[in-house]
Design a binder for this molecule. Structure first.
Ligand code: DAH
Length: 351
């Protein structure tokens, strides 16, 4: 590295020993400062170097103090020289500081960088209960056939749950269902049939209505649960026959289970229908028939209780067990699995 000062600035061509030694010291200090500054690793090191070279007791400052020993002629020349070097060192410190700031920023950006290509953490997702899925499917099938959906209360009057459905107090059919009684005159509905009457009392025929919901009976084993789900449907208009009933139910069962579903219609008895029938479906998982549906032509007494003239109108009704239909659809061998809320079981139906 070349010296920073040549005598050419001085006109005399001769300079004092004091100036010569000042220049020699300066020549030693400046390259050292340059080297140290370019090696400084962080801003703390920069600050130390600033103090070391330019501070009150810094090496350049100390050289400055020696200007007093110079002649009036040499002093401004040496002063200018020291100032130039001070300015240069200041500029180097600033430049290095800026470089370090950029480097710090870059490393912070690198550190904080988010890899957007990493796979995310999926929040656990719930799914619909199989009974809910089948309920919605059933509702959709009937909706597409023109039925509208209505609902009724789970705490029902005894009148609508039994009497209005042609099951008076002393009627033996009342023993068919083990009832949970609530406050006087009310029960936990034992079936969804009372909503037939609610719908009839609320509107005039033609009526095509379905209801889905919870019902309650004092009963519990592999094929019975104290709370279970039913769907009720009925249709009332002029000249409705058993043929309409069979047509609608066949259409429904094929829509839910596919064209190969095996079904069996059996004559049966219900107080609120005459004639009555039951439908069984072949349940592969248990290797047997499973009763899922009761149906029939609505009894004239029931129509009358619903404010409908049985001379002019006729209708059919049907009630089915959604839980059993769910078991058949998915091959679930035990009804109780549906009510245990075991996630290992339920996760199989997430869709
Ligand atoms: N309510 C009956 C039950 O829970 C099912 C039923 C049978 C409903 C025949 C009907 C029907 O609408 O016509 O066992």
């Amino acid at each position: 590295m070349s010296d920073i000062f040549s005598g050419s600035d001085l006109q005399t061509g001769e300079y004092s020993e004091a100036l010569a030694s000042l220049i020699a010291d300066l020549n030693a200090v400046v390259p050292e400062a340059r080297k140290a500054i370019s090696a400084a690793a962080d801003r703390k090191a920069i600050e130390q170097l600033r103090v070391q070279f330019l501070g009150k007791k810094g090496r350049i400052t100390k050289l400055n103090q020696r200007l007093g020993k110079l002649s009036g002629e040499e002093r401004p020349v040496a002063g200018k020289l020291l100032n130039t070097q001070r300015t240069e060192i200041t500029a180097l410190l600033e430049k290095r500081t800026a470089e370090l700031e950029v480097r710090e920023l870059e490393s912070r950006i690198a550190e904080e960088a988010v890899d957007v290509t990493l796979p995310g953490i999926r929040p656990a997702r719930g799914g619909l209960h199989p009974v809910t899925r089948v309920t919605r499917e059933i509702e959709e099938i009937f909706r597409s056939m023109g039925f509208r959906l209505e609902s009724g209360p789970e705490v029902e009057t005894e009148w609508l749950n039994f009497d209005a459905l042609n099951m008076p107090e002393d009627h033996p059919a009342r023993d068919m269902q083990d009832t949970f009684y609530t406050e006087r005159g009310h029960v936990l509905r034992t079936h969804t049939s009372p909503t037939q009457l609610r719908s009839m009392l609320a509107a005039k025929p033609p009526l095509a209505v379905i209801t889905t919901g919870k019902v309650y009976r004092h009963d519990s084993d592999a094929t019975h649960s104290p709370m279970f789900h039913q769907m009720e449907g009925f249709l009332v208009d002029e000249a409705i026959s058993m043929g309409h009933l069979k047509g609608v139910l066949h259409e429904f069962l094929r829509a839910l289970y596919g064209p190969d579903v095996r079904t069996r219609f059996r004559p049966s008895f219900f107080p609120f229908t005459e004639p009555s029938a039951e439908v069984d479906i072949w349940f592969e998982a248990r290797g047997g028939w499973m009763e899922v549906l009761g149906c029939g032509m609505i009894h004239p007494a029931v129509l009358r209780n619903g404010g409908i003239d049985p001379e002019r109108y006729s209708g059919f009704a049907f009630g089915l067990g959604i839980d059993r239909m769910t078991c058949i659809k998915f091959g679930i061998p035990d009804l109780r699995l549906l009510f245990e809320n075991d996630l290992r079981f339920l996760r199989q139906f997430q869709g």
